[in-house]
Ligand binder design. Structure first.
Ligand SMILES: Cc1cc2nc3c(=O)[nH]c(=O)nc-3n(C[C@H](O)[C@H](O)[C@H](O)COP(=O)(O)O)c2cc1C
Ligand code: SF4
Length: 426
């Protein structure tokens, strides 16, 4: 497979503009300025590129929702918050090839009529922030950002805004609130950001990986991109793999490859010669798959949805057969409770109750009725809140308790874990 997003990774000084230019970087801009913004959007639509931040919404279609001629500026916000447990692929793009992202920002901005673009970057990503700052400075020096880019009529400024460690600022309207200098609390939708986003203006929020795919798409054409992958899951995807595997890391593969092949060929199989017990395929917020379910899927949007889970952000966590699913779920509950912004009662209270119940269960004080209580809480949280953070806990709770019920029951009966303390690696 010809790599798209990772093609420059591992080259000497891969994040410098010299390396990027030597590999043909920024060459698509010449071609782009001969096209109309509508033609660029059409190319993105033709590619079938879907948002890589979690929801998988087609990028070109989202751009089409932006109203033209409102007299207001249009903003582009790159979502580099990447705080979902298990997800670390955007960081790899920022660290290895920030110019690919910047070229993508220029392409999307031209298509949308954006004059000011922002990158909202996770506060803990200090080094990646510095690296992108350096790349932005190089892009200005070479005339790829600023006034009259490459001698065209198009001008663009690109700024980074650092977060302060809240997962909820990755949710697009929480991100916008935070960008505006307010507390990162998600907004009720509609209106969607495309209509009224940052500073009350039309705004497109796109993930780092989504935007980084644009230079290739423009160079080779949307149709060529659509030929990679399977069905409506076009192109390649970065998977960040952690947990109990021999070779954790970030891998680029075409969408649609079998999970089994991916685990064995790319990740080197389950560590310590152990067996696979479960897989979180798309970041901590998606329903967990049992080993049997995982071995039956291919890694694309449709196959994973068919198996009752989601591709999400592509943050894959491999869980071996020595791991307690009660411990794993308790770990998640602590995270989601801590990260709830607190505006919605089902999320604020529900996540607290889920954590409390799992805590007592894990510490040998579980009650028989606790499993029904967990299911009930999940039902009362999901789909009843402003943003999807409540669902992001409700869905794992339901799937862990249903699929590993005998383990949860044994835990309550015995009052202790049959497994050793959890072993994690990143
Ligand atoms: C709680 C929560 C956290 C999120 N965190 C991120 C994130 O860190 N990065 C991201 O790109 N999208 C995140 N999203 C999804 C964004 O709201 C949005 O859908 C995405 O940035 C759109 O980009 P895309 O269309 O290119 O995928 C999150 C959503 C929720 C509900
Ligand atoms: S669901 Fe949770 S995180 Fe999202 S807005 Fe409501 S309280 Fe905040």
């Amino acid at each position: 497979m010809e790599p798209i997003l990772t093609k420059n990774w591992g080259k000497p000084h891969s994040r410098s503009i010299q390396t990027y230019l030597a590999q043909g970087g920024y060459a698509t801009l010449k071609k782009m300025f001969q096209m109309s913004p509508e033609q660029v959007t059409e190319e993105a639509k033709r590619s079938g590129l879907r948002g890589r931040g979690g929801a998988g919404f087609p990028a070109g279609v989202k751009w089409g929702f932006v109203p033209k001629n409102t007299g207001k500026p249009i903003y582009l916000c790159i979502n580099a918050d990447e705080s979902e447990p298990g997800t670390f692929k955007d960081r790899a793009i920022l660290e290895n090839d920030p110019h690919m992202l910047i070229e993508g920002v220029i392409i999307a901005s031209y298509a949308l009529g954006v004059r000011t673009a922002y990158q909202y970057i996770r506060g803990e990503f200090y080094r990646p922030w510095e690296m992108v700052e350096q790349a932005i400075a190089e892009a200005y020096q070479h005339g790829f950002l600023g006034q009259n880019i490459c001698g065209s009529n198009f001008s663009l400024d690109f700024y980074q805004h650092r977060g302060a460690g809240a997962y909820i600022c990755g949710e697009e309207t929480g991100l916008i609130e935070s960008l505006e200098g307010k507390r990162g609390m998600p907004r009720i939708k509609p209106p969607f950001p495309a209509v009224s986003g940052a500073f009350g203006c039309p705004t497109v929020v796109n993930n780092v990986e989504t935007i980084a795919a644009l230079p290739w798409i423009l160079e080779h054409g949307g149709e060529a991109y659509a030929k990679i992958g399977v069905g409506k899951s076009t192109g390649t995807k970065l998977w960040s793999v952690s947990g109990h595997v021999n070779r954790p890391g970030v891998y680029e593969v075409p969408l649609g490859i079998p999970f089994k092949l991916f685990l064995e060929e790319y990740c080197g199989g389950v560590w310590k010669g152990r067996k696979l017990k479960a897989v979180i395929v798309g970041g901590s917020s998606v329903p967990v798959l049992t080993a049997d379910e995982a071995f039956a899927v291919t890694l694309d949007y449709e196959s994973l949805q068919g198996a009752g889970t989601f591709l999400g952000s592509g943050g894959m966590i491999i869980i071996d057969d020595q791991t307690s699913m009660v411990a794993a779920l308790e770990n998640l509950a602590v995270f989601y409770h801590h990260e709830s912004c607190g505006q919605c009662t089902p999320c604020r209270e529900g996540s607290g109750w889920v954590e409390k119940i799992l805590h007592r269960l894990y510490h040998g004080e579980g009650r028989h009725e606790d499993l029904a209580l967990l299911q009930d809480l999940a039902d009362k949280m999901q789909g009843r809140t402003i943003c999807a953070l409540a669902d992001a806990l409700a869905m794992p709770v339901r799937s862990y308790v249903t699929k590993f019920r005998t383990e949860f029951e044994a835990f309550i009966r015995e009052g202790r874990s049959p497994y050793p303390a959890p072993e994690w690696q990143g």
